[in-house]
Design a protein around this ligand. Structure first.
Ligand SMILES: [Zn+2]
Length: 82
């Protein structure tokens, strides 16, 4: 699905539902924050929520983009095995 553009020119950094972090990827595979993704000339080919993992530096401005849940939530043991 293509990025929806409303009359507002800037893209959201967080999803409207659940406030998940949204990460934008451009044609060159750069990870961009919403602000850089909104810049004219940015060729966004993919937008997706960034749910978990270490903070990523935006390739445009160097801003840290934090994942929604932080680092390695799924690595937490669900049940104790013995
Ligand atoms: Zn940026």
């Amino acid at each position: 699905m293509a990025a929806r553009r409303s009359s507002l020119s800037s893209l959201p950094q967080y999803s409207s539902i659940g406030s998940y972090t949204i990460l934008y990827l451009d044609k060159k595979g750069h990870a961009l924050c919403a602000r850089c993704a909104s810049k004219p000339g940015a060729e966004i080919v993919r937008e997706s929520t960034y749910d978990e993992g270490p903070a990523i530096e935006c390739d445009g401005c160097g801003k840290k983009i934090k994942s929604s849940y932080g680092v390695a939530v799924s690595a937490r043991p669900v049940s104790k095995k013995r």
